[in-house]
Ligand binder design. Structure first.
Ligand code: GTP
Ligand code: MG
Length: 151
């Protein structure tokens, strides 16, 4: 099954939104296969956001991501990469639909509380950057047969 990397940024952690965010993925039917809380170094943040290094906000973004605890997670499920981005909403919370995480819980682009991988390649790279293979837990949940059509 597909896996994606999701992180609650320091603003989401400081605002007490960990449970709210985890709950939205969990209730949807996605499965949590890795989770930890870490304060990334600035160098680590630069690696995570390397695609954006030419952007004017890159330095501030990396300072912010490394400014406090981040909850790093891997979620698994059919279509979780693309649908995870839907649950999160548009990058700019002013443009995120109500009902999405950023639409409901954030106001400005530089404090949009959550990150989600934007495709299969970045998901693979980000999972490998944030987690060692032994931190990923494969298991069957009893709910799966009620979430998927299995015989
Ligand atoms: P992530 O899931 O965090 O990767 O967001 P995204 O994929 O929706 O957007 P993108 O990868 O393009 O940008 C990464 C992060 O940079 C965003 O989540 C924002 O926090 C920040 N960002 C993007 N555009 C801007 C901007 O114009 N100004 C500022 N201050 N931050 C920005
Ligand atoms: Mg992105």
């Amino acid at each position: 099954l597909e896996r994606t990397f999701i992180a609650i940024k320091p603003d989401g952690v400081q605002r007490g939104l960990i449970a709210e965010i985890v709950s939205r993925f969990e209730r949807k039917g996605f499965k949590l296969v890795a989770i930890k809380i870490v304060v990334p170094s600035k160098e680590f943040a630069q690696k995570h956001y390397h695609d954006l290094k030419e952007r004017p906000f890159f330095n501030g973004l990396c300072d912010f991501l490394s400014s406090g605890p981040v909850v790093a997670m891997v979620w698994e499920g059919e279509g979780v990469i693309k649908y995870g981005r839907k649950l999160i909403g548009a990058t700019d919370p002013q443009k995120s639909e109500p009902g999405t995480i950023r639409g409901d819980l954030a106001v400005v682009v530089g404090r949009n509380i959550i990150h989600g991988s934007d495709g299969p390649e970045t998901a693979k790279d980000e999972i490998a950057l944030w987690f060692s293979p032994s931190e990923l837990v494969s298991y069957t949940s009893n709910a799966e047969k009620w979430i998927y059509e299995v015989n």
